[in-house]
Unconditional design. Structure first.
Length: 325
């Protein structure tokens, strides 16, 4: 799934050429907090923690991670949106927070376009359809039969989250029924999948692939290609579920009004983090895709929020998914 046009990336790149020089004029004066809108252990949490260490080294001030789950990411997003625009409080958001929630909630506590100054894209993750080994399901055919002859228990983490959307899309693709069980994040849901409390969790590869070493079995992956780490697992299209088409991106954003110099310095720190060898190894291990070149800049991140918001608005409307609240 292409999330941003090549033309837009080239344009964003030309606008960002002066970033390194300007970025040197700002540095944080105290600890920088990366607010994670979900529970510890989930994919967004992992992404935030992977960049925190290298960002600390680049900025010369501690970069710490704080988890604030609730409201499908709204609690943390609203806090960052209302924080002082000084570069010291940032949001590690994802496709749900920035592109899905506006189309899923009647009363959103923040505006993903008006309330934030994007810093940069962190990475993109395929999704993996996992089943509990205790369920006895070993194939998509068996999963479809279970969904059509009963009700699957599917892990979710609130309306608008990627776990929720992945679960809904999976049940629809199977043509059966399922009960979505809400959790505070992907980590707790994976734990219950291991324990056999849940039948299915559709999670990002960065946390789903490690789960296959325990009580979870992977049956399909999203995207156009199989993943090198689990090469025997077919794509959703290969498995007969072409409508399960979801790739998840994470990006860093500051409150609207944050000085341009701060945005560029923080963007430079994210780019530095993406070159860290430990992060590269973790990304490779879990099939996360790091942005390259102009994809890393704040302009490209802003364009991603805009285009993906429009695209998912059309998709959700066509699916008949109505706003809540």
């Amino acid at each position: 799934m292409q999330v941003i046009s090549r033309r837009a990336l080239i344009a964003a790149g030309s606008m960002s050429l002066a970033a390194p020089a300007i970025a040197q004029s700002w540095s944080p004066s105290r600890t920088v907090t990366l607010l994670i809108p979900f529970a510890a252990g989930g994919a967004t949490d992992v992404m935030g923690r992977l960049i925190a260490g290298p960002m600390t080294a680049k900025l010369g001030q501690s970069v710490v991670v704080e988890n604030m789950a609730g409201g499908s990411g709204q609690v943390a997003a609203a806090r960052v949106a209302r924080s002082a625009p000084d570069g010291h409080t940032l949001l590690v958001g994802h496709i749900g927070v920035f592109a899905l929630n506006p189309h899923l909630f009647k009363r959103l506590t923040y505006d993903p376009v008006q309330d934030f100054s994007p810093v940069g894209l962190i990475g993109t993750n395929p999704m993996v359809l996992l089943v509990s080994r205790q369920s006895g399901i070993t194939s998509i055919a068996q999963l479809r039969e279970r969904a059509r002859n009963g009700r699957l228990t599917v892990g979710s983490s609130g309306v608008g989250t990627t776990l929720h959307l992945g679960g809904v899309m999976t049940v629809q693709a199977l043509g059966g029924a399922g009960d979505l069980i809400p959790y505070r994040g992907g980590g707790p849901a994976i734990n219950d999948l291991h324990a056999g409390v849940l039948d299915v969790v559709v999670d990002q590869a960065i946390t789903a692939i490690p789960a296959t070493q325990g009580g979870a079995r992977a049956l399909a992956v999203t995207g156009t290609q199989r993943l090198a780490q689990i090469p025997d697992v077919p794509t959703a299209a290969e498995a007969g579920m072409p409508t399960l088409d979801l790739l998840v991106w994470n990006l860093l954003a500051a409150p609207r009004g944050t000085p341009r110099e701060a945005i560029l310095a923080l963007s430079d720190a994210v780019s530095f983090a993406l070159e860290d060898e430990t992060l590269k190894q973790r990304f490779a291990t879990y099939s996360a895709i790091a942005p390259r070149g102009a994809e890393r800049g704040p302009e490209a991140a802003a364009e991603l929020i805009r285009t993906e918001g429009e695209r998912w608005g059309r998709i959700l409307a066509a699916a008949g998914i109505e706003k809540e609240g």
